[in-house]
Design a protein around this ligand. Structure first.
Ligand SMILES: Nc1ncnc2c1ncn2[C@@H]1O[C@H](COP(=O)(O)OP(=O)(O)OP(=O)(O)O)[C@@H](O)[C@H]1O
Length: 346
């Protein structure tokens, strides 16, 4: 179990982490996402014990390991780390890299453990190779095996996939998730890639300038962002102008919809309604017409950028056998489970 309670971290006089609280149960995987410099790595460093809190508390397995006055040494925390650059030793074999941290094991115990870990990360036959004889993805699996060897209770992964090809990342992210779940290890992943976060995480935290804007499940984050920053940062979407007809009903160019998201709202208030690409359904029978401005082929789907009457634009994710040309008019309707809206910025 991992808990941060009102954590603040400063470099000299500059506070870069402010009042962050979050909890992960044993075996849960959390991801931190956010713009460059927002403090993601600093949080990992604080959990590992390399940075002391300015205030607040860090707990691992219920034990307080960091506060502003006392710090448990990093090597006593049972925390493993996997980095972006793998940090493997080129002069050692794969097996020796993995065994590197196993100080209290004899030769036979090491060999047994390395063999089990190689099996676990899907590289059973590569123990005798050197690091330069592996692909990037294989190297990252070795880095994972090395971090898992001392049986950490918490694993910290700092952009572990960023040097790998995009298509490969999601597969590796899912594989690593399966391994961490098997071993019931609590993990925190830092990434720039929200699809990676979606593939790995039970909980995702969106950070901005040292503050945690939202900490929730991937579904909640996408469908119920707590503010505009999170709505913009996670997933694609547009803000469609709307006007409140009363506290529940909002009028947009796509029709009138009921809402329960915004409580502090009155008749005639101007709002923006968040519309995701999957909220717009292509429907030949719909009276609402839109013009295809752009299209991006995604294999099973096409992401259309559509112009509505007036100047508004929306995205529409349609199955790719609905193949329409740029300039064509198509019928659409809004298929919303719930409305997310924000007061219009003045
Ligand atoms: N050792 C340090 N001394 C002083 N300032 C630092 C130090 N390390 C990081 N910072 C600053 O702290 C802030 C947070 O940095 P951090 O590396 O945690 O951000 P990040 O979200 O991980 O960024 P990125 O996504 O670019 O890796 C940044 O403004 C950074 O410049």
């Amino acid at each position: 179990m991992l808990a941060l309670e009102q954590l603040a971290v400063a470099y000299g006089p500059h506070k870069v982490i402010n009042d962050i609280s979050l909890t992960l149960a044993q075996g849960q995987i959390g991801c931190l996402v956010g713009p460059s410099g927002c403090g993601k790595t600093t949080i990992l460093r604080a959990i590992a014990g390399f940075e002391a809190p300015a205030s607040g508390v860090i707990r691992l397995q219920g034990q307080q390991v960091s506060n502003s006055t006392t710090q448990l040494a990093p090597e006593l925390r049972k925390v493993g780390m996997v980095f972006q650059d793998f940090a493997l030793f080129p002069h050692l074999t794969v097996a020796d890299n993995i065994a590197f941290g196993l100080k209290d094991f004899n030769k036979a115990q090491k060999a047994e453990k390395v063999s089990r870990l190689l099996q676990l990360v899907g590289l059973p036959d590569l123990g005798k190779r050197y690091i330069h004889q592996l692909s990037g993805g294989q190297q990252q699996r070795v880095a994972l095996a090395r971090a898992l060897a001392p049986e950490p209770k918490v694993l910290l992964l700092d952009e572990p996939f960023s040097s790998l090809d995009t298509e490969f990342r999601e597969v590796l992210a899912r594989d690593i998730r399966i391994i961490l779940k098997q071993l019931h290890i609590t993990a925190v992943l830092v990434t720039h890639d929200q699809f990676e976060a979606f593939a790995m995480a039970d909980m995702i935290g969106v950070m901005q300038q040292g503050q945690l804007q939202q900490w929730s499940t991937p579904y909640e984050l996408y469908h119920r962002p707590v503010n505009r920053f999170v709505a913009d940062f996670v997933g694609r979407g547009v803000m469609l102008p709307g006007k409140m007809l009363d506290a529940q009903q909002v009028e947009t160019c796509l029709g009138v919809f009921r809402q329960r998201y915004l409580t502090d709202v009155q008749t005639d208030d101007l709002v923006d309604v968040l519309i995701r690409p999957d909220d717009i359904v292509h429907d030949d029978d719909s009276p609402i017409q839109a013009t295809v401005l752009e299209k991006a082929f995604r294999g099973s789907h096409i992401l259309y950028t559509l112009a509505l009457a007036g100047n508004e634009q929306v995205y529409c994710l349609a199955l790719s056998h609905h193949n329409h040309a740029i300039g064509e008019h198509i019928g659409i309707r809004l298929d919303l489970d719930h409305l997310v809206l924000f007061p219009r910025l003045t």
